[in-house]
Design a protein around this ligand. Structure first.
Ligand code: ZN
Length: 407
């Protein structure tokens, strides 16, 4: 396999999570007696451009079908994050009724609805029908397409170029990251700004966030790798901010290469921090597998101990993180009987691979388990606050990454 960005042959597999189904391929009751597709789940690192990437097996069409069930608006902290971003960026870029804002992977309109509220013209780009339908129902215009160079050319003909292009948690999910980035360049006005947010590779390695690895997450990005990809498309990163979201993300600000804006000191600082951490050295990647297996062993041991002691254990959050951890661990419903999730579109279905049933959080009210495992550790505080009534009934909350934490 060759690097998705620079084409160098990839030599180093540094994480092997075995085989797993796509994490959003939720199963229906009828599916449980049918065969299920599994793909290898491995991370490789390119020694030329240091892009970390998954094996290239499943096509994007297969992974992001029209049943794709994730709705951004189910997380209140993410909604706050989106609203705060909009309130900051409008004055910073002097956006008004004559501006044009594009969001790639606009999901259910969780972010663009804030621009609609300010009367600023915008367009969402979203291939997933269920979320696009919802966005349109709340007044957010949507192009139901995958974003790339071809789409960008068509969009410019129809709608003109954009003053601001936003991509939150989409860049890492793009199979052809070069084509996507050329699309950004084509769609951006000469004075325009791009902001992309993505989980920072340094946190993945440092904090053993291996459950953020899944097939739909093709690239694991650093400022080094993203700078190289931008450069190749005639773009430049002039500012970067660290965000607490998703366990530690970067928000990069891009522009055309010849834009007069000077690079801020933050760009040099983050590049330097990555280098000092060792992201440009193969040694930091070696040994990661063993740290991952330690976390997995602790998770499985906890479930077995609880079962032997007659304690009840349920989990919260039926998304990719839980799917990766459960399938790598080989845990089934004998050890973990159900997972609660607030998204109605997932309830009544089953987690891919391990086939653990997904229930409404309402079920927790009746069951009040001894332990509630929180899979999305990045929003653990929010979930604990929502389920404070369980703490009052003796439930303890458990997360496993970077290490076991019982609260
Ligand atoms: Zn490369």
């Amino acid at each position: 396999m060759k690097c998705r960005h620079c084409g160098a042959v990839l030599q180093h597999v540094f994480l092997d999570l075995g085989f797993a189904p796509p994490s959003n391929a939720y199963r229906l009751v009828a599916d449980l007696s049918r065969p299920e597709l599994y793909y290898p789940l491995r991370l490789k690192v390119c020694e030329q451009c240091w892009l970390v990437q998954t094996d290239d097996f499943a096509s994007a069409d297969q992974l992001f079908d029209s049943d794709y069930a994730y709705f951004s608006s189910t997380s209140t902290s993410w909604l706050d994050h989106a609203r705060n971003y909009v309130e900051e960026i409008i004055p910073a870029l002097c956006l008004d009724q004559d501006s044009f804002v594009v969001e790639v992977a606009s999901n259910d309109g969780y972010l663009l609805k804030n621009f609609v509220g300010h009367g600023i013209p915008c367009l969402g780009v979203e291939p997933t029908a269920s979320t696009a339908d919802y966005a349109e129902s709340i007044g957010v215009p949507v192009a139901r397409e995958f974003f790339g160079e071809k789409f960008a050319v068509e969009m410019v003909e129809k709608n003109g170029k954009a003053d601001l292009i936003i991509g939150n948690n989409v860049y890492a999910h793009v199979p052809d990251i070069n084509d996507f980035t050329r699309g950004l360049s084509v769609a951006l006005k000469s004075t325009g700004t791009i902001t992309l947010e993505f989980p920072h590779l340094q946190n993945l390695i440092e904090k053993v966030q291996f459950d953020t690895v899944y097939h739909e997450h093709f690239s694991y990005l650093s400022l080094h790798s993203v700078s190289a990809i931008f450069e190749a498309a005639g773009l430049r990163i002039w500012n970067v901010e660290r965000m607490p979201t998703h366990g530690g993300s970067l928000r990069v600000y891009g522009c055309h290469k010849d834009d007069p804006r000077q690079n801020r000191d933050s760009v040099h600082a983050v590049l330097q921090a990555e280098k000092e951490f060792g992201l440009l050295d193969i040694a930091v990647y070696q040994g990661f597998q063993q740290r991952v297996e330690t976390v997995k062993d602790r998770f499985v041991a906890f479930l077995i101990d609880a079962k032997q002691q007659g304690k009840s254990v349920l989990a919260y959050g039926a998304a990719a993180k839980g799917c990766t951890l459960l399938n790598f661990s080989g845990v089934k419903k004998d050890l973990l009987p159900m997972v609660a999730d607030a998204a109605p579109s997932k309830q009544g279905k089953f987690i891919p691979g391990c086939h653990i049933p997904i229930v409404s959080p309402q079920a927790l009210v009746d069951l009040a388990p001894d332990y509630l495992i929180i899979f999305p550790w990045n929003i653990a505080a929010e979930i604990i606050a929502q389920n404070q009534f369980l703490a009052e009934r003796g439930t303890r909350f458990v997360t496993f990454i970077p290490e076991m934490d019982i609260r």
